[in-house]
Write a protein that binds this ligand. Structure first.
Ligand SMILES: Cc1cc2nc3c(=O)[nH]c(=O)nc-3n(C[C@H](O)[C@H](O)[C@H](O)COP(=O)(O)OP(=O)(O)OC[C@H]3O[C@@H](n4cnc5c(N)ncnc54)[C@H](O)[C@@H]3O)c2cc1C
Length: 381
């Protein structure tokens, strides 16, 4: 067998795993093959997430906020994140950082190929590309090869277009990020803006929707222009960077272990690490990476077992998603109720799967019981 590990898909999850392996003295000399159809040379996404401590990628955090705000038509709140910080990492900084470390290791190979199949037998796993078949003990997959079917019945799409804009004069308060501004029309489903200033003249502004289908490009552009002009009152600006994304928010099961084989481990979105109710993924990938590294170091199978608490969070996510999918409540209503009634740090802990059971009871107590109970019972089946 030529490789110890094959990492199929070198995006956020694949490169986080590679970084974890290379940062570990016991695992850094393993023979590792990365395969991706893309060269990871473009700044294709910006990751935001919240955490308490300095994370493994702290040195490439582009900006961070101690204060956030939530706005809707009849209510607004600006809050201190207490133990959390809301952080931003730019995709290209992340790719460059990990690939720079990898370039120091002769035991790491990167191939730019398209993967068509991944299979396994008792002892090994095989990755087939347009050029060759590669074998290793374990394959960590983040391609969509094993993804479940996403339909309009079981899923919403979180779709968004973001612009980093630069203004001529100072207009932004760089101390405060806007997590959600729901003061935009809700014709297509839950719809809000992020405004994340990184200086008084620069900010990422993202038009985000949770709905069943993506829009025509012109619709995102119109909404971004209107918001910048009419709400932010900015007339002159330059667009420095643009990004577009679609994240599945799904009731269907993304499995960690496809083909019932311990030699193939799904990671990232493919492994179910995108939170179904919010689309956030980055931080869940980091936690899973840590667990995989720990298992490999202890010579155990890498697959992390789903704990009881994780099952509970999956149920909460599915319940919230079902409430939105079945139109029992609007997304704007749900998030407004939460931010009106609960301390923001409790909401962040809950959305980050870090809440205590008591905090979860507070959340259940705050949301409309009938809608959540019927959806919750449905998702228990
Ligand atoms: C624009 C955008 C912004 C986002 N912002 C946030 C955010 O702020 N916070 C957050 O928590 N999450 C965010 N997400 C969600 C999530 O964090 C990202 O999608 C993240 O990149 C998921 O990591 P991943 O490794 O699962 O997938 P990816 O990073 O997409 O990596 C998968 C890799 O597999 C490769 N690949 C796929 N198929 C094949 C194939 N057949 N052969 C070879 N290679 C293949 C791809 O080229 C890619 O490099 C965002 C997503 C997008 C798209």
């Amino acid at each position: 067998m030529k490789y110890d590990y094959i990492i199929a898909g070198a995006g956020c999850a694949g490169l986080s795993l590679l970084y974890g392996l290379l940062s570990d003295e016991q695992l850094q000399h393993k023979k590792i093959l990365l395969i991706d159809k893309d060269t990871k040379k473009s700044n294709d996404r910006t990751w935001c997430f919240w955490e308490k401590e300095a994370g493994i990628f702290e040195s490439i955090v582009h900006y961070q906020w101690k204060k956030l705000e939530f706005l809707t038509t009849d209510f607004e709140t600006k809050f201190d994140l207490k133990q959390y910080k809301y952080k931003m990492i730019r995709g290209l900084d992340f790719y460059n950082h990990v690939l720079k470390l990898a370039s120091k290791f002769t035991n790491v190979t990167f191939l730019n190929e398209d993967i068509s199949a991944i299979n396994a037998d008792e002892k090994s796993a095989k990755v087939k590309t347009s050029k060759k078949v590669y074998t290793s003990k374990y394959v960590f997959n983040s391609t969509a090869l094993f993804n479940p079917k996403i339909t309009t019945k079981n899923s919403l799409l979180q779709h968004f277009k973001g612009w980093v804009i630069k203004t001529k004069t100072p207009v932004f308060n760089k101390e405060v990020g806007t997590l959600m501004d729901f003061r935009v029309h809700q014709n297509q489903g839950a719809t809000f803006m992020y405004v994340l200033p990184t200086s008084s003249t620069e900010a990422l502004i993202e038009y985000t929707l949770f709905s069943k289908a993506v829009l025509k490009e012109a619709a995102y552009v119109t909404e971004l222009k209107n918001y910048i002009k009419n709400t932010l009152k900015i007339d002159e600006y330059e667009i420095l960077h643009q990004e577009f994304g679609v994240i599945p928010m799904s009731l269907s099961k993304f499995t960690r272990q496809p083909k019932a084989s311990k030699n193939i481990v799904n990671i990232g979105t493919a492994g179910g690490f995108t939170k179904a109710s919010s689309g956030y993924t980055f931080q869940f990938i980091q936690k899973n990476t840590k667990a995989i590294i720990k298992n490999l170091r202890e010579d155990k199978i890498p697959l992390k077992k789903i704990s009881f608490r994780e099952k509970m969070y999956h149920w909460y996510d599915k319940t919230l998603l079902d409430v939105l999918l079945s139109h029992k409540l609007q997304g704007k209503e749900v998030f407004s109720i939460m931010f009106k009634k609960l301390p923001p740090e409790v909401i962040l802990a809950f959305l980050g799967n870090e809440s205590t059971f008591l905090e979860e009871l507070r959340i259940m107590n705050a949301v409309p019981i009938k809608a959540f109970l019927t959806s919750g019972l449905k998702q228990l089946k």
